[in-house]
Design a protein around this ligand. Structure first.
Ligand code: SF4
Length: 67
């Protein structure tokens, strides 16, 4: 499974890293960044875990989960 953040759309509200610091953190651009990802916006994960909550609460729907 893959998580993707649309950096153009992210408004840096902080919901995702507040809810799910396993995968998300604030990046140098004050927007969401994926922990352990080489580019910050795309990463493979084993378990969805709290990422689903982050997707559900992102106010601009810029986090995607795909297979
Ligand atoms: S919840 Fe969405 S808009 Fe807010 S920081 Fe995370 S990715 Fe960006």
């Amino acid at each position: 499974m893959k998580i993707t953040i649309d950096k153009q759309k992210c408004i840096g509200c902080g919901n995702c890293w507040a809810l799910c610091d396993k995968f998300f953190e604030v990046g140098d651009d004050n927007k969401s960044s994926l922990k352990g990802s080489s580019n910050g916006y795309e990463m493979e994960i084993e378990e969805v875990d709290c990422a689903q909550e982050a997707v559900d609460t992102c106010p601009v729907q810029c986090i995607k989960l795909s297979h």
